[in-house]
Each structure stands twice: as C-alpha cells, then as structure tokens.
Design a protein around this ligand. Structure first.
Ligand code: BEZ
Ligand code: FE
Length: 306
C-alpha cells in the first residue's frame, strides 16, 4: 500500500517571526519545484504585508469578505477576478513580463480583459461586424499580420471585439444581438483582412462588484479609453493578444486597467472622401494597423466568460 510521507516538524510557535519560519518550513518539501518557489515567495511577501499593515481583526474580516465577493460576483457572463487583476495593474505587469522581451521593449501585447469569448463567428473580409442597430461613425479597418521579419502570415485567425456606442459588450447588453461587434477573420496570402464597424468609444468597467467598489473608494475614474481588441492565433506563433487605442480619447492617460502603451495607440483617421461602402455619407474613420506575431507556442487563453 502507498504510504504518503509528510513534511517534517517545524516547531512550536512562540514569536511573530516563528509563524513565518514555520509556514515556509511546512511548505519547503513541496515536490513540484515551481509550486514550491511560488508559494515560498507568496508567503514571504504576504507575511511582510501583514506585518507592515498590522490589520485589525475587523479589517481582516473585510479583506476575506472582499476575496469571497470576487468569487460570488463571478458567473458565466462576468469574471470579477480578471477585473480585479486588471484594476490592480497585475494583468498589465504579467503581459509585459511575458511579451516584448520580458519588459524592456514596449510590447504589442495587451491584457485580454474579461470579455473575450471562444468561437467568434467567422466573417468575410470586408463584411461588417455591426450585427444589429448600433449607432456610431462608420469605421473601415485594414489589418495586416506579419512575422518578426515583416513577412506576411497567411491563414492566421484573428478575433476582433469591441464595445458598442453605449460602452457595453454584447454579453452585457440585452439590446445587442449575440456576437454584435465581434468577428473572426482569416488572413489572406498577404497576411491581410479588412472589416467594417463603428469607431469605438471609451467605456466604464463594470462597477457592480468588489473591484468597482475598490476603484470608487479610491476616487479613480473607472474608465477605459476607446479601443478595439485583437487576438491573433496561428500554430508556430505565440498567440498575440492586443488592443488598438484611439489617440484623442480624453482618458488615454488614465486607463483604469493601465493597458495603454505607445505601441498600442492606433492610427484612426477621420476621412471625408468617398467611403468603401456607398451607404456611408459624411465623415467616416479608417484604421490601418499591423499585428506582428513572434515565433512561439500558439496557446489560446482560457476564455474569462462563456
Ligand atoms: C476590456 O477591455 O474589455 C476590459 C478590460 C478590463 C476591464 C474591463 C474591460
Ligand atoms: Fe475592451
């Protein structure tokens, strides 16, 4: 019969310091090396945080209640844990550590956010992703996907998604049909695709849960500057998760999720000449953008919502 072996004794607790030492010792024989490393660091930082803050018992209860509330606010169409990590700057840190050569270069990657979904509907080049009545100035976007040498990447799958003119994604808004302002495009032999939509506007993040309560308590504007999300995927390349921001958005310098790097500011241009579609009159917008795929593993993220 298999006998499970347990980590050794770590002693009787007598001082504050001995709690940390005992906790580290108790975890020190974790067979999984990465789990051992991560938990050792977490315990050292968490205990140092507690020693610095010296929470009252009521504050401790409040903190645990906050963690519970993150789980309770999460359901198939809403991911509060992602939102919390975003407003704490952690999602952007993790993105920068894992892209752009580990931080020194401004990455073309951005946080995924809580609204990416699997299985965006495959959409013809040139088609509109406006799938129900959604006011806003017409936008015609032309995107090219290349590798790090500038060569076109054909056959890449690129998901596109953005919020509506009332600042909500399809899953948040019963007045939009499912998949409104979303599409999946397959790049042609020259790495290109193009589509029609509306120019995005900035929007407030969902504030009904604990992450929003925290942002409000900190007197922060809960706003994201206008952007379109892209997720480009092809075997042999590291999956690129990106956002393309509108430069003149009044909140470009205070994204509540710290997601704006210079590299991610797009070239949205007001145009007055004839639009690609004859039904568009007056000013419309163009966007020309290049997505660069680095070699690597083409792993898809776990969708934050269904
Ligand atoms: C988004 O861009 O979709 C997003 C990111 C973080 C929080 C809320 C929304
Ligand atoms: Fe967004």
């Amino acid at each position: 019969m298999d006998q499970q072996s347990f980590a050794g004794d770590y002693g009787i607790i007598d001082t504050l310091d001995s709690v940390t030492k005992a906790t580290l010792a108790a975890m020190s024989e974790t067979p999984d090396a990465r789990l051992r490393e991560v938990m050792d660091s977490l315990v050292r930082h968490l205990h140092a945080f507690v020693m610095e803050v010296r929470p009252t018992e009521q504050e401790f209860e409040q903190g645990l209640g906050f963690l519970n509330a993150i789980g309770q606010a999460t359901h198939a169409k809403h991911n509060e844990a992602v939102l919390f990590s975003d407003v704490m700057g952690v999602s952007t840190l993790v993105t920068m550590i894992n892209n752009g050569e580990g931080g020194p270069l401004e990455p073309a990657s951005a946080l995924l956010g809580p609204f990416w979904r699997l299985n965006h509907p495959i959409t013809e080049h040139g088609a509109s992703i406006v799938r129900c009545d959604t006011p806003g100035p017409a936008l015609f976007a032309r995107v090219r996907v290349v590798d790090t040498s500038g060569a076109p990447v054909a056959g890449a799958e690129v998901d596109v998604w953005h919020a509506s003119s009332v600042g909500m994604y399809d899953v948040q808004d019963e007045n939009q049909v499912e998949w409104n302002l979303r599409g999946k495009f397959i790049t042609d032999a020259d790495g290109r695709f193009h589509f029609r939509s509306i120019k995005p506007i900035g929007y407030p993040i969902p504030c009904h849960g604990p992450a929003g309560a925290l942002v409000n308590a900190q007197r922060r504007k809960p706003q994201r500057p206008a952007h379109i999300h892209f997720l480009a995927h092809k075997p042999g390349f590291k999956t690129l998760i990106s956002q393309v921001f509108v430069a003149d958005d009044e909140d470009i310098n205070r994204d509540v999720t710290f997601g704006v790097t210079r590299h991610l500011i797009g070239d949205y241009r007001a145009e007055t000449g004839p639009a690609p579609d004859a039904d568009v009159t007056g000013t419309w917008f163009s966007l020309d953008h290049v997505l660069v795929l680095a070699p690597g593993e083409s792993v898809l993220p776990k969708p934050p919502i269904d």
